[in-house]
Design a protein around this ligand. Sequence first.
Ligand SMILES: Nc1ncnc2c1ncn2[C@@H]1O[C@H](COP(=O)(O)OP(=O)(O)OP(=O)(O)O)[C@@H](O)[C@H]1O
Length: 121
Amino acid sequence: MRQRSIVDVFRNAMEGLIYGFRTQRNLRVHAVLALVAVAAGWLLDISRTDWMFISLAIGFVIVTELLNTAIEIVVDLASPEIHPLAKAAKDTAAGAVLLAAVFAVIIGIFVYLKPFIRWIF
Ligand SMILES: Nc1ncnc2c1ncn2[C@@H]1O[C@H](COP(=O)(O)OP(=O)(O)OP(=O)(O)O)[C@@H](O)[C@H]1O
């Protein structure tokens, strides 16, 4: 295989992102929630450190969702028939997304709860 240029590498990565967002409803839901989190951060004027945590949480969820998608595709390719290992691979990948989402919620509570209560009262 010929050496790929940086432009090719970037184009393939963008195609992967577009494929993920086009085909995965969960990824689109996470993206909308990320926009809500950014809007809330802006509204509540959270600190630089808090922005760092929120960015990491958003990135972590979206990256795990993309990896989950990639694993689902590879499993479907390698094992279109029902197989306990195919189930284990998909369930484990889904578990990673679930954990990332749970940690994102925990970070969100730490970051937003106090400024939100202050904003209300
Ligand atoms: N080849 C298989 N063999 C055994 N179980 C499978 C197989 N494919 C899927 N499953 C089971 O069905 C579940 C859903 O798999 P599916 O491929 O439909 O994922 P999905 O619903 O598209 O996931 P997501 O909502 O994250 O996109 C898996 O978590 C797994 O438990």
